[in-house]
Ligand binder design. Structure first.
Ligand SMILES: CC(C)(COP(=O)(O)OP(=O)(O)OC[C@H]1O[C@@H](n2cnc3c(N)ncnc32)[C@H](O)[C@@H]1OP(=O)(O)O)[C@@H](O)C(=O)NCCC(=O)NCCS
Length: 218
């Protein structure tokens, strides 16, 4: 996509509903029947870990086509020292604009901004297919685990500054911004503010189950 074909800019309060509609279009039935990402955006923007300076959208012909958000989480080393890192997500692109490079544009742009802000690492759970071309690696490669020496296959790490995680063993403590999404009733209530959509099974939900229940063990 040519630079003249799109505008990349910060999300404003006037965009909130359109961005959440976009999330709903992109995530609906992808990981589970329905989705909660639009509700997640709604609660994330109000959470103390949210980073508004990295809340970006891409606009094409006056319509928002892509969105990315970040929050702050912690890594702890073997000595208990904490390091702040960015948790990326949600990221989403309108279905009709997917696979045209918009997430690449959003990520590369916001990674550069994040580096300017002093962050050197981005971490998120996700389908590796979407991230390895952006330089993300398995958490195992950087010795970043969850509590209990557990290395999820879907836990992906991007060093914005090469070597920033080198020489240490880290435990990732993700912020709790997504905790409200466990409340199915709250998700349903929020979803009722949007145009009704049909919940259904699709094969990507099995792919999600496999990715989210897999670990790197050697
Ligand atoms: C995942 C998503 C954000 C990717 O955005 P996108 O703009 O479609 O992605 P891009 O076109 O920038 O491609 C990103 C990378 O995905 C990979 N990719 C592209 N097309 C692909 C395909 N058909 N199959 C597998 N991987 C593909 C490539 O590695 C590409 O990197 P490259 O630009 O170096 O080739 C978008 O598809 C989306 O919104 N999906 C639904 C919501 C979602 O899954 N969000 C992420 C949750 S983890």
């Amino acid at each position: 996509m040519n630079k003249s074909d799109y505008i990349i800019r910060r999300e404003t309060i006037n965009d909130y509903h359109e961005v959440e509609e976009l999330a709903r279009e992109a995530f609906w039935n992808l990981s589970v029947p329905g989705c909660s990402e639009h509700y997640f955006m709604h609660v994330l923007r109000q959470h103390k870990a949210f980073v508004p300076e990295l809340d970006y959208v891409i606009e094409i012909n006056g319509r928002i086509a892509a969105s990315v958000m970040y929050s702050v989480s912690d890594l702890t080393d073997e000595n208990g020292n904490k390091k702040e890192v960015l948790t990326m997500g949600p990221i989403c692109v309108l279905p009709e604009h997917q696979r045209k490079g918009l997430s690449r544009i959003l990520l590369e742009y916001t990674f550069a901004k994040a580096l300017e802000m002093g962050f050197d690492t981005v971490i998120n759970f996700g389908n590796p297919d979407n991230y390895v071309a952006r330089g993300y690696k398995s958490c195992k490669k950087y010795n970043v685990s969850l509590e209990g020496d557990y290395y999820p296959a879907a836990l992906l790490v991007k060093e914005l500054k090469e070597g920033s995680l080198a020489g240490k063993k880290w435990v990732y403590h993700q912020n709790d911004a997504d905790a409200p999404c466990d409340d199915a009733e709250a998700v349903e209530k929020y979803d009722s503010l949007f145009t009704p959509k049909v919940k259904a099974w699709q094969p990507s939900q099995e792919e999600f189950f496999i990715h989210s229940h897999s670990a790197i063990t050697w």
